[in-house]
Write a new protein. Structure first.
Length: 281
């Protein structure tokens, strides 16, 4: 069991590795992000995530959706592309062309989400799993852990964490539980809370206290997952991407302040990124 004290999250930890575009960059070179949506009435969470991934620098962001959700997604999006799929095999083909795929936000807790998650883990270059993509494995978490062979980040809150790592939060501190979960699952574990823990399978452990109470609003977690996935789509290492996403998520929330809704977060990123860009070596 990892017993080290977590380091405090700060831009100095990951800003030197920020994936800035170069003079010869183009959209494909900057990385492709896929976000799997739920059915027609449950697409907003994935759209929030895709917009966040695009804002944080992914060259391409595409919503992978059931055919029934194609029109509702197309009616809401401009820069984010839409690609329907009808079967897990079709999703596997889409995922295989993506540097990172996010699945889980409002996906539905059912066998379809379970099958789709396994295909994403097998075929995407890297993955971020949130919400329903975790809960759907509550009765057989080892099936999820055994499927994690490529870089992956999981982003549970305490309730979701306890479903796939039952008992850990009862037996250990949150930091210890996150570290054990990362080692057990093979994924970077971002355990959300007023102190967010980010644990890597190799023992790295980071705590993020840089946040805002106004993040307690619907959809903010979907934006966080999209920011992390957008950084991973650009090639940022999973633990650093999770740390960077958590800090930036907290910082833009602080800047927006009272009245914040989740849609505000992606659109507050350019100001922060401009400051980062001015500091680059």
């Amino acid at each position: 069991m990892t017993s080290s004290t977590p380091e405090t999250n700060h831009p100095d930890l990951w800003l030197p590795d920020w994936p800035w575009p170069e003079a010869d960059s183009h959209k494909h070179k900057r990385g492709s992000l896929g976000v799997v949506t739920g059915p027609a009435a449950s697409t907003g969470a994935a759209r929030l995530a895709a917009r966040a991934g695009l804002r944080i620098g992914a060259g391409l962001a595409t919503l992978f959706c059931p055919p029934s959700a194609t029109l509702v997604n197309a009616a809401h999006e401009t820069a984010v592309m839409i690609k329907p799929f009808s079967t897990p095999d079709a999703l596997a083909e889409l995922a295989s062309s993506s540097k990172c795929v996010l699945i889980g936000p409002a996906a539905g807790v059912d066998s379809t989400t379970r099958e789709n998650t396994l295909e994403v883990l097998k075929h995407a270059g890297s993955s971020v799993l949130d919400a329903d993509a975790l809960t759907v494995f509550k009765d057989q978490p080892d099936a999820l852990f055994n499927a994690i062979t490529l870089p992956a980040v999981i982003t549970p809150h305490d309730g979701e964490f306890s479903r796939i790592f039952p008992g850990l939060l009862d037996q250990y501190t949150r930091a210890e539980a996150a570290a054990i979960a990362a080692e057990r699952s093979g994924a970077v574990v971002l355990l959300k809370g007023n102190e967010t823990l980010i644990a890597a399978p190799d023992g790295r452990l980071t705590v993020n206290r840089h946040a805002s109470p106004f993040l307690a609003t619907a959809g903010s977690g979907d934006v966080l997952a999209g920011m992390i996935a957008g950084l991973m789509a650009q090639g940022m290492e999973a633990h650093r991407a999770a740390c960077a996403g958590a800090w930036c998520h907290g910082e833009v929330a602080r800047r927006v302040g009272p009245g914040l809704i989740s849609e505000d977060l992606p659109d507050a990123l350019p100001g922060l990124l401009s400051e980062f860009y001015a500091r680059r070596a």
